[in-house]
Design a protein around this ligand. Structure first.
Ligand SMILES: [Zn+2]
Ligand SMILES: [Zn+2]
Length: 261
């Protein structure tokens, strides 16, 4: 059963996380900047701070609560004998399987978020950021986050992977998502063929909707399915064509408004 901590702990985790990420990523962004002219205090940082607070103080816990309500029912979809086989494997095998399964699922789900107009309405919010850094990683419409978190975790949860395996993996994925949005350029040599990077994900944020680099932990799925984009430098312009800056609250309601002509 998934339990929600009390609100004092949620406040502690949220503000503690903000402080911790700031302490990790601000020195990295100053030491290895991909865009040396981009300041730490850059345009629209307040909007992204509100996205961070919204996600960490409210939306993530709502998703966890919903999962708690349906968890037992969801796990009953898969035979208990199969779940036991999964749980009896050693930890590293479990982690490897979760990484491959979730990367495959999120790769196709992410392509779908770009190609299907209904999902793009919500996913577009994430792409409106014109300056990426560690804080911009949190610019996501809450329903887009629910979709992504569900695709990444629900199948593994239903198959019976233990919560301890999933919790470590979810924490790592969260940290990785922040890293690939950061204004950091770290050369990783031949590892670039197996490990994702800020450079690859910045190419995912160029103004074309059909931009490539849909996976994030590893570029293997993009290499396999022909969507890998790696010109060898960071792109000049990021954002969405024809989109100007909007407030946090407008971003929340925008997907529900009638389409602009
Ligand atoms: Zn995207
Ligand atoms: Zn992104």
């Amino acid at each position: 059963m998934v339990s929600i901590p009390d609100y004092t702990r949620i406040l502690f985790f949220s503000f503690g996380g903000l402080l911790l990420f700031g302490l990790i990523f601000i020195p990295m962004e100053r030491t290895f900047p991909a865009y040396p002219n981009q300041n730490i205090i850059r345009p629209r940082w307040r909007t992204d701070l509100l996205f961070y607070l919204g996600q960490n103080l409210f939306w993530s816990w709502l998703v966890l609560w919903i999962l708690g309500q349906f968890g037992t029912w969801l796990q009953a979809l898969v035979p208990i004998s199969f779940q036991r086989t999964i749980q009896e494997q050693n930890y590293f095998l479990q982690v490897t399987e979760v990484v491959i399964l979730s990367d495959l699922l999120i790769y196709w789900a992410h392509r779908w978020q770009h190609s299907w107009s209904f999902l793009w309405r919500f996913h577009k919010t994430h792409h409106t950021a014109e300056h990426l850094d560690w804080l911009a990683a949190y610019r996501e419409h809450p329903l887009d986050t629910v979709f992504t978190v569900g695709v990444i975790n629900l199948p593994a949860f239903c198959l019976g992977f233990p919560l301890e395996t999933l919790a470590g993996f979810i924490a790592f994925r969260g940290l990785w998502a922040v890293y690939i949005h950061s204004n950091v350029s770290l050369p990783i040599g031949p590892l670039k063929w197996v490990i994702g990077s800020p450079e690859l994900h910045h190419w995912h944020h160029v103004k074309e909707r059909n931009c490539g680099n849909y996976a994030n932990l590893s570029p293997l799925m993009d290499l396999l399915f022909g969507t890998h984009v790696a010109p060898g430098h960071f792109p000049d312009e990021l954002g969405v064509n024809g989109e100007g800056p909007k407030s946090y609250w407008y971003y929340l309601i925008e997907p529900f408004l009638p389409k602009r002509k």
